[in-house]
Design a binder for this molecule. Structure first.
Ligand code: ADP
Ligand code: RBF
Ligand code: MG
Length: 429
């Protein structure tokens, strides 16, 4: 079944920021607000853009590149910019969320006894500070610092002479994992930045990219062996590692490979599938006007929710297609029951939307619109990443298929695990 043996990986090396934990937005914000006060002539957009391009490097090197890109030499030196931003980045006590799918991946690899290392550009001291954040405490009683317990080796930016894109840190991680240089191809590296990918490839490793840059920059990841939308989509068996066991097949809905699907494992897949979420997520808000396309263009109405007040919640999910249940809890349609619901949470690549949207399609007919009424959606399972399509017919066909997956799956066994949401099903219906 496997096409080549080159990718028979035996250990995994992770980048930290933007790959396992979501620090990028916090750092970007500190950088933007610091630079804005120093140089009025650069726009917020330009700073965000430059900050993204510098990601993945050690702080001072990133700062040097940033100063060059934005021509800041007349207002600040790189070291000083770093200090100023650092003052804003007191990690202690703030909430650094996990990247979606990170804990599932780490837990699984640990259970399968796959050796793992961390190769981060962050210094040891900074890492310790970040691990004091409150990221994981709220959800599962775990502490942020527990994240480090997954790793057999931890390598920090201040332990090497040269930072990424230089391969040194990956050489160090391999050494600590007991992997010989000539076996570098057997290490699977997870990276979110082009600088990180360059470093991993220069070390000879096999590298998977899960971009944290915006879509228009995806060309910068060409050096990676594979690019995924999120950690939820990784097919470990494509790299000779154990296969995830938590996907469930829906044996009544046939799988059809999408254009551009490069995965090896999908070549033999027969049925559609879904992945139950460890923690269901409730999204509640008034139904707002969307892009005006759903019913008109696709014949598929979606009751959009405002992403702004729900940002923190949806950041826990990888952009993609999900299903679960929905109920209308205020307005004329209140108490019309619980409806199976399939939804897209993301950027709708077919339409190239610049803003994220939450688009639940309730799988039943309504005679009237229910704008402004309160909709509560319980997100229970992940189906797939968002894709682009060559024709609108293909998009429609795919969405209808998602609906079948949802209907079948919710008929099957999703009910188990719903116990803790009993109140949600009982209130207000
Ligand atoms: P918009 O672009 O404003 O979201 P849509 O064409 O997607 O417009 O239609 C969505 C609206 O249609 C929802 O806000 C809701 O009021 C109504 N609607 C009717 N039936 C459904 C359904 N089964 N699922 C979702 N929304 C529905
Ligand atoms: N849009 C895309 O561009 N790509 C997709 O893969 C995609 N999948 C969807 C799946 C479901 C279940 C739903 C309800 C919508 C999906 N859409 C997708 C979103 C669709 O483009 C959007 O709802 C309409 O454009 C209305 O704004
Ligand atoms: Mg809509």
């Amino acid at each position: 079944m496997r096409e080549n043996d080159e990718n028979e990986c035996c250990c995994v090396i992770f980048d930290l920021d933007g790959t396992l934990i979501n620090t990028e937005a916090i750092v970007d914000e500190a950088v933007v607000s610091t630079i804005k006060t120093m140089k009025k002539s650069v726009s917020e957009r330009e700073i965000f853009d430059a900050a993204e391009d510098c990601r993945g490097q050690r702080p001072l090197e990133a700062s040097v590149e940033l100063c060059e890109k934005l021509s800041l030499h007349d207002v600040v030196k790189p070291a000083e910019l770093l200090t100023k931003c650092g003052e804003k980045l007191q990690w202690d006590g703030i909430d650094i969320p996990d990247m979606p799918g990170a804990v599932r991946l780490l837990e699984f690899l640990k259970r399968k006894k796959v050796p793992m290392a961390l190769a981060t550009s962050t210094s040891r001291k900074e890492l310790e500070k970040k691990m004091k954040s409150t990221g994981r405490t709220s959800d599962d009683g775990k502490h942020r610092g527990d994240l480090l317990s997954y790793f057999d080796a931890i390598c920090c930016g201040d332990e090497v002479a040269k930072g990424k894109p230089d391969p040194e840190i990956f050489h160090l991680a391999m050494e600590r994992l007991g992997v010989k240089r000539e076996d570098a191809g057997r290490c699977l590296v997870f990276e979110d930045t082009p600088h990180g990918v360059s470093a991993a490839k220069a070390a000879g490793c096999c590298c998977v990219a899960v971009p944290s840059l915006r879509r228009e920059k995806f060309d910068m990841y060409k050096g990676a062996d594979r690019v995924y939308h999120s950690l939820m989509d990784i097919e470990l068996e494509d790299f000779g590692l154990p296969k995830f066991e938590d996907w469930k097949e829906v044996k009544t809905v046939e799988f059809v490979k999408e254009d551009g699907d490069a995965s090896l494992s999908s070549q033999t897949r027969k049925y559609e599938r879904f992945l139950k979420l460890d923690a269901f997520l409730e999204l509640t808000g008034p139904v707002i006007r969307g892009f005006g396309r759903g019913s008109k263009m696709l014949g598929i109405p979606t009751a959009n929710l405002d992403v702004v007040p729900l940002k923190q919640q949806i950041d826990k999910l990888a952009p993609g297609i999900y299903f679960g249940f929905a109920k209308i809890s205020s307005g004329k349609h209140k108490s019309t029951g619980i409806h199976r619901t399939v939804m897209s949470i993301g950027y709708n690549p077919f339409f190239n939307d610049k803003r994220k949207s939450i688009e639940p399609w309730l799988l039943r007919e309504f005679e009237e619109d229910f704008y402004d009424e309160t909709l509560s959606v319980l997100v229970c399972a992940y189906v797939r990443a968002e894709c682009n399509f060559t024709t609108v017919e293909n998009l429609i066909e795919r969405i209808r298929k998602d609906a079948r997956v949802c209907e079948e799956a919710l008929d099957l066994d999703l009910v188990e695990g719903l116990d803790s949401w009993k109140h949600w099903f009982e209130d207000d219906v």
